[in-house]
Design a protein around this ligand. Sequence first.
Ligand SMILES: [Fe+2]
Length: 229
Amino acid sequence: MRRSQINAIIRDADAFLHAHQFYLPPFAYWRPVDWAAKGPEVSEIVDRELGWDITDFGSGDYAKIGLFIFTIRNSDPAPSRALAGRVYAEKVLMSDPGQVTPLHFHWRKVEDIINRGGGTLVLQAYHSTKDEALDTQTPVTVQTDGVRRTLAPGELLRLAPGESITIPNGLYHTFWGEGGRVLVGEVSLANDDNADNRFLEPVGRFPEIIEDEAPLYLLCKDYARYYKP
Ligand SMILES: [Fe+2]
């Protein structure tokens, strides 16, 4: 992805969040020059990869296969290293109409995916087989806002604003917006995008970036280049 495209996506997403009265923490708005002046007191942001995370999954077509993510809080995936009792994570995502997050599951992370406003969030779920392929035969029983329901494999589940689903580990899922941009919340166990995503088809979780202009704000994968505590 080009940095100019990422900057534009961030500006657009930030305006959408404000329109929905959803506010990001202060570190969202630290500029590269601010990062260069930070010391060890901000190491949690870096170590837990909090912040802006925009991906086209290596597709080259963000509008069709892509996801906007801002990680608000996260903990160490190794329970022994997590701060006492803090084993949770929270993200805000955005899915545009027809913008797909590819089929994947998590070995460890359990996540609730929540439609917090905007359009409809459409989701499909499938069990995984022992060899981590797609199980297209077995019905899927999920919890949706305290209600247990059983879906056919890949059956379209439409979540209106306010509705959510719990995705257990090992359950393949894919989602996209419909009828308008969706403000999506994610509340989960510790998130580890480096080691806990099993995509059905290989993807590039973090895009290669062509630096055609200066970054507006840093993506979580940019910190190492600017932050020298
Ligand atoms: Fe997921």
